[in-house]
Design a protein around this ligand. Structure first.
Ligand code: DGP
Length: 112
């Protein structure tokens, strides 16, 4: 499968890792939109939030258990934003489920 994030998870494309466990991988976004901008992805390929179902939702739950741990390790526990773009109208550009963690400064009170 020609998936950028699958290649990053496999180590075929370099990335700046901040977390790795049996179910998920987190790394720094190549074009940060905040002082801290991390992407958290499942190691299994899921296209987007639309692809979460009863069979794989444990991975999504695990990611949401992991996000606060990453935020704490990054020192942004005082406030951060979690975003997942799903589909064309949301401008999803990489079709492997990912959650952006944005923080390290006072973020806009607008989402877009
Ligand atoms: P989205 O637009 O929600 O699909 O976000 C995709 C993000 O992926 C975007 O913020 C930039 C990031 N990205 C794209 N290619 C690479 C890459 O090769 N390495 C890293 N670290 N991030 C990437």
């Amino acid at each position: 499968m020609d998936c950028l994030f699958c290649k990053i998870i496999a180590g075929e494309i370099p990335s700046s890792a901040v977390w790795s466990d049996e179910l998920c991988y987190a790394f720094r976004d190549i074009a940060p939109q905040a002082p801290v901008h991390i992407l958290v992805v499942p190691k299994v390929h899921i296209e987007s939030v639309d692809g979460i179902n009863a069979e794989n939702s444990a991975v999504a739950a695990h990611i949401f258990e992991t996000i606060p741990k990453i935020a704490a390790a990054e020192g942004i526990s005082g406030g951060y934003r979690v975003v997942s773009n799903c589909g064309e109208n949301a401008c999803q550009s990489v079709h492997h489920l990912h959650f952006h963690i944005l923080g390290g400064e006072k973020l806009s009170d607008r989402m877009a």
